[in-house]
Design a protein around this ligand. Sequence first.
Ligand code: DGL
Length: 264
Amino acid sequence: MKSNNFSIGIFDSGIGGASIWAEITELLPNENIIYLSDSKNAPYGEKSSQQIIDLSIKNTKFLLSQNCKIIVVACNTATTNAIKFLRANYSVPFIGIEPAIKPAALETKTNKIGILATKGTLNSQLFEKTSSTIDKQITIIEAIGKDLVELIEDGKTESLEMKKLLHTYLDPMLKKGVDCLVLGCTHYPYLIPHIREIVGNKIQIIDSGQAVAKQTKWILEKHNLLKIDKKVGTHQFYINKNKKVLEQILSKETSLLKIDEKDF
Ligand code: DGL
């Protein structure tokens, strides 16, 4: 089989990257996609950089064993800690996702940007490097979204606990006058309705999902790897814990997806 017909591989520490899968599917409906949800090892955000690299290697090997032509690291924590290693050690193209603080810096009028992300992302060298390029007039107010990923992975997105935690992280940003809020974790787009209730309509919520989909398309074009036939793509999901939560999230998309729970 010609490599154009191979799949796009996507991985995340859990179900968060399904928000990226949805963007890629919308932009590239003919592509076959394999999604890997490493929910058993979530959250990555509380792990050491080396542990995140090791898990990212495991996920990459699995996707390569399934003949993926490109790998999308649909996890800010894995991108900021491991993508450099992955690019240096594997020959397929890798697309990563980083918190969108640069676009937010172009949008802010108050010169105050809030960012909600995992500890692993906010403490990474790559995030520090990107932050250092932002105009010095702009203040970045960081909050570690501790326990948010666990609650989402446990299917508790609608819980009172979730709402309380979001207040704890977002209220101080509001007091400081942010007008842009960057969601620096692919799990967080699922929280947007709750976040909106807290921050109101005057604050821009910015995430990187669409940008990642566009970048994926551009890199496939550049490497001449876009799927050639015009048949609608197939979608295979692998998850190593509690497939029900993934099914719930994807049921909003379509019921025609294949979801397997297995160890990897
Ligand atoms: N979706 C991952 C991210 O974008 C979650 C990280 C975690 O597992 O802590 O950072």
